[in-house]
Structure formats: C-alpha cells, structure tokens
Design a protein around this ligand. Structure first.
Ligand code: SAH
Length: 239
C-alpha cells in the first residue's frame, strides 16, 4: 500500500480511509496480518494490523528492496482514445515508467482539452496506484497535465527518442535498440497518437535535439509502441 508521510508520526499509524477500506473490505485482513507500506520517499516497511476495525497498524521492520528501473524513463504519449490510454497507464507502470506526459498533436483522433482531461485525474491516479501496488513498485509514476508538442521541451532528458513510423519505412532509420547503447541516467521516449506524427512535428522535435528512431519494419499501434520500448529498455538494463 502506498501511504503518505504524515501518518508516520511514530511506530503506530492510522491508515487512510481509502487503504483501510481496501484492507478490510477487499482483502478481508484480520488483526495480526501483515502488509507492506511504501512512503513517497520510497521507504518500504512491513506493518502489522493491530486493529482492522479502526485501521491501526504497527511498524514491524523496514524492507531494503528496490524494484525500480535504475534509469528514469519519461513517456511523452500522443493521447489515444481513453480505454487505450488507461490500458497503457497500467502496463507502462508495470514496465517501470517514472512519468507519463500525455499530449495532443495535429493527428490526434481524440477530441479533448486539458480541462476535460484533468476531470479524469482521480480515475487515472487510481489506475496508477493499483498497478504500482500490484507490480510491487516503490513509487507511483507521475502523470502530468495534457500538453501540446510545443510544451514538451520541459520534459526532455539525457537522451530523447521519438518513435517515428516513417523512419522505419525509409530504412536508414536509427534503430531504437542501438540508441540505448549510449550512456544515460534519464531517458525520454515519445510516441505518437493513432494518426501518427506529421513531418513538421518531427522537424520541430529534431530541432530540440530529439533523435528519431524506428521500432522495426512493422507498424505498431499507438498502444503497443510504448510497451515495446519500455520492454526493450527494461531488458537492456538487465544485460
Ligand atoms: N497511423 C500511422 C501509425 C501510427 S502508430 C500509420 O499507419 O502509418 C502510432 C505511433 O506509434 C507512431 O506515431 C510512432 O510513434 C509509433 N510507431 C509505431 N510503429 C512504429 C515503427 N515501426 N517505427 C517507429 N515508430 C513506430
């Protein structure tokens, strides 16, 4: 469970209502059961349930495990239709993404704006929290507000790669996997919406020092591409 720092005044804590309800109603825990709680600082502890009725927990010990990727990956993602977006939120969390930056661009299919998008913030946060707990992460990925391509420079990293579907058709493309051979601590990957990228948008990104790359000869769907990239990144960190 992800808990916030303020309820950690001492050994015993009263768990917040949302997590308390999950422990009592969903998991049906009893007094004496133990749960893992993670703080925003990523500190991880085992807690014992002292009183499930009132949500009273007692800290047992600190766990020194880290399941996070050793590089910070930001996914700048062309917002697709909402069910696909929610699916990518969950899968990208399992694959270790640190931050997700949704954007609208020329060929976005979905018609929305930042205000409408922010109304779903609570729902999206719940998906991210549950996926982080299920995949045993030490942090919940950050989801930023909905931006446009002109705002993306503030989310760039040591290495910035835009997956461009035309690059793979041209053949002389920079292959994504080889781009990962460079040394980096932070990495930003950019994936277009269902309609893909406009050449002018690619030129705009290259002017910011973003490298275009191919994900191979087949054209992946907008919801497949980020997961392929995160999988290759995860694999390359294991090598
Ligand atoms: N509608 C476009 C495909 C868009 S796929 C067409 O049919 O040509 C959505 C996004 O996934 C693309 O903008 C790109 O970021 C990424 N993508 C999918 N397949 C790719 C590939 N083979 N190489 C590079 N990027 C790819």
């Amino acid at each position: 469970y992800f808990i916030d720092e303020k309820c950690l005044k001492d050994e015993e804590i009263r768990i917040d209502a949302y997590n308390h309800k999950h422990m009592q109603r969903v998991m049906r825990y009893h007094n004496g059961d133990q749960v893992i709680c993670i703080l925003p600082s990523a500190k991880t502890y085992i807690y014992e349930i002292i009183d499930i009725e009132t949500g009273l927990l007692k800290r047992v010990e600190e766990l020194h495990e880290n399941h996070e990727l050793d590089v910070n990956v930001t996914l700048i993602y062309g917002l697709p239709k909402s069910d696909k977006f929610e699916w990518v939120l969950q899968k990208a969390t399992e694959l270790g993404v640190k931050r997700i930056v949704p954007f609208l661009s020329k060929r976005s299919i979905i018609k929305t704006d930042a205000k409408t998008f922010s109304k779903k913030e609570e729902r999206y946060q719940r998906i991210l929290k549950e996926a982080s707990e299920q995949s045993y992460r030490q942090m919940i990925p950050e989801l930023t507000q909905l931006i446009t391509i002109k705002d993306l420079s503030q989310y760039l990293s040591d290495i910035n790669l835009v997956a461009y579907e035309e690059a793979s058709k041209r053949g002389e493309e920079c292959c994504f996997a080889s781009a990962l051979k460079q040394n980096y601590q932070t990495l930003t990957i950019i994936v277009g919406p269902e309609g893909g990228f406009d050449q002018s948008e690619i030129e705009q990104m290259k002017a910011l020092g973003i490298q275009e790359c191919s994900l191979g000869k087949r054209i992946l769907r907008s919801e497949t591409a980020p997961l392929y990239m995160l999988s290759v990144i995860g694999y390359s960190r294991e090598l």
